[in-house]
Design a protein around this ligand. Structure first.
Ligand SMILES: Cc1cc2nc3c(=O)[nH]c(=O)nc-3n(C[C@H](O)[C@H](O)[C@H](O)COP(=O)(O)OP(=O)(O)OC[C@H]3O[C@@H](n4cnc5c(N)ncnc54)[C@H](O)[C@@H]3O)c2cc1C
Length: 409
């Protein structure tokens, strides 16, 4: 079992106690078995159950307890891989289709979040994507042109525009409208509860061991407690732990990232409309606010698949993140109250892994690697719904596991 984070997380510590689900204690039959109860497993389960399928979701630990609880909750159509770079990699039509699908995924999350009876901290926000250096400016302009041509609601801000709205100056920035923020932990916990009322069966503390196929074409999953699930379709929504389950298919890099949540900031007025903020440097710094007036700052990714164990080491990174916050917003003085280090996965071509196992029919992977993991989870749910129905989703060719953009790397 992989350790996904270390430190003190903000969302679980500040959310109400979530519902618990009993471990699997009998053999079961279902149409779809979903392994993993994070954001991806839960969104997929919810969509499939609401489309009339019988679904059992099996989670080794607690629902929303994996990297979902370390997620900082920015929902952006802009990706780790810029649209202008994606166009070079997979062509204009596919790159534009992928970017538009990320935008639509945010709209679908909005609709779902607003339909839940619990406040999951969903708010529409604009994003400021600034050039970290003068050298990044021509590329940022190119990205602006690509986004505009693709129909995105974007503006280009010059240094004077930025300084008019924020207490800092940068060489230039793209402002995108229609992004959002969410409390990912509360969203996933509430969505799971809602899906249970629609018929989803959830078993926590239920660890699934590698797949075993029966002769009748159905899959038999076994748990470490010795129970069995018979399923027509199996979905792996196991986050950053694919190596346990035919992970050789996945071409990804695992890094570790850091995040800090400050104490309540008495003067957030200098933060124009609570924009989501990020930059062109790689690894990038990103920032947002919380409904209770804190600042979240994340970044400083390092080349290691393990979260940092040393408290002193984590503290050092937190101070660096706070310094960066201070250099942008000198008025924000509240110290860090929550800080964590977490494993973070990125695919080698910048796209998520969503699709059927090329060798095992009706076995699917939904692995939303990248900074837009939440949007990818929603995308995965729709691709999967169509595959299970025997239909082709317009994006399935672009995100499938044996896509050309991956096999050529
Ligand atoms: C620091 C950080 C910040 C991030 N910020 C953002 C952000 O701002 N916006 C954004 O969109 N994305 C963000 N992400 C990415 C996002 O968190 C992930 O994409 C998302 O959490 C992935 O959800 P998941 O369900 O795939 O994985 P997880 O939440 O890890 O869920 C996978 C689950 O599978 C379970 N599992 C694994 N193997 C088994 C097994 N054999 N049997 C049973 N259960 C099993 C695990 O216990 C786990 O609960 C961030 C990630 C990190 C680390």
């Amino acid at each position: 079992m992989k350790e996904l984070y270390t430190g003190k997380l903000y969302w679980p510590e500040t959310s109400r106690k979530t519902r618990e689900y009993e471990p699997l204690r009998e053999n079961k039959k279902t149409q779809v078995a979903i392994i993993g109860g994070g954001m991806t497993g839960t969104i997929c389960s919810s969509i499939l159950v609401k489309n009339g399928l019988s679904v059992v979701m099996l989670e080794r630990d607690r629902v929303a307890g994996g990297s979902t609880s370390a997620n900082t909750g920015l929902l952006q159509a802009g990706n780790d891989i810029m649209l202008c770079d994606l166009i070079k990699r997979i062509g204009e039509r596919d790159a534009a289709a992928f970017y538009r699908a990320c935008r639509e995924a945010i709209d679908m999350i909005a609709a779902e979040a607003n339909a839940l009876s619990v406040d999951v901290g969903f708010e529409r926000r604009s994003s400021l994507y600034f050039a970290s250096t003068e050298q990044h400016l021509p590329k940022l302009r190119q990205e602006y042109d690509a986004l505009k041509a693709c129909g995105f609601d974007v503006e280009f801000w010059l240094p004077g525009d930025i300084a008019e709205h924020f207490p800092f100056r940068k060489p230039g920035a793209i402002v995108s409208h229609g992004d959002a923020e969410i409390n990912p932990y509360r969203y996933v916990s509430a969505l799971a509860e809602d899906a249970v009322t629609a018929g989803l069966q959830i078993h926590e503390r239920t660890d699934v061991v590698p797949l075993h196929k029966a002769t009748d074409g159905k899959y038999h999953l076994r748990t470490t407690d010795g129970f069995e699930i018979e399923a027509e379709h199996v979905v792996y929504a196991v986050g950053y732990e694919p190596e346990e389950l035919r992970g050789q298919l996945i071409k990804a890099e695992l890094n570790r990232s850091f995040a800090v949540v400050t104490g309540v900031q008495p003067n957030l007025q200098s933060w124009h409309e609570r924009f989501l903020i990020w930059e062109t440097a790689r690894p990038y710094l990103y920032l947002r606010t919380t409904p209770d007036n804190r600042a979240i700052i994340g970044g400083l990714d390092e080349d290691s698949g393990q979260p940092l164990h040393s408290d002193a080491g984590r503290r050092k990174r937190s101070l660096r993140l706070l310094e960066k916050l201070g250099s942008l917003f000198p008025g924000l003085q509240a110290p860090a109250e929550y800080e964590w280090s977490a494993t973070f996965g990125e695919s080698r071509d910048g796209l998520p892994f969503i699709g059927e196992d090329p060798k095992w029919p009706k076995v699917y992977y939904c692995l939303g690697y990248g900074g837009n993991g939440t949007a990818y989870s929603m995308l995965a749910a729709h691709v999967l719904r169509d595959l299970i129905r025997g239909e082709q989703h317009p994006l399935s060719r672009i995100v499938k596991l044996d896509r050309p953009s991956l096999t050529s790397i």
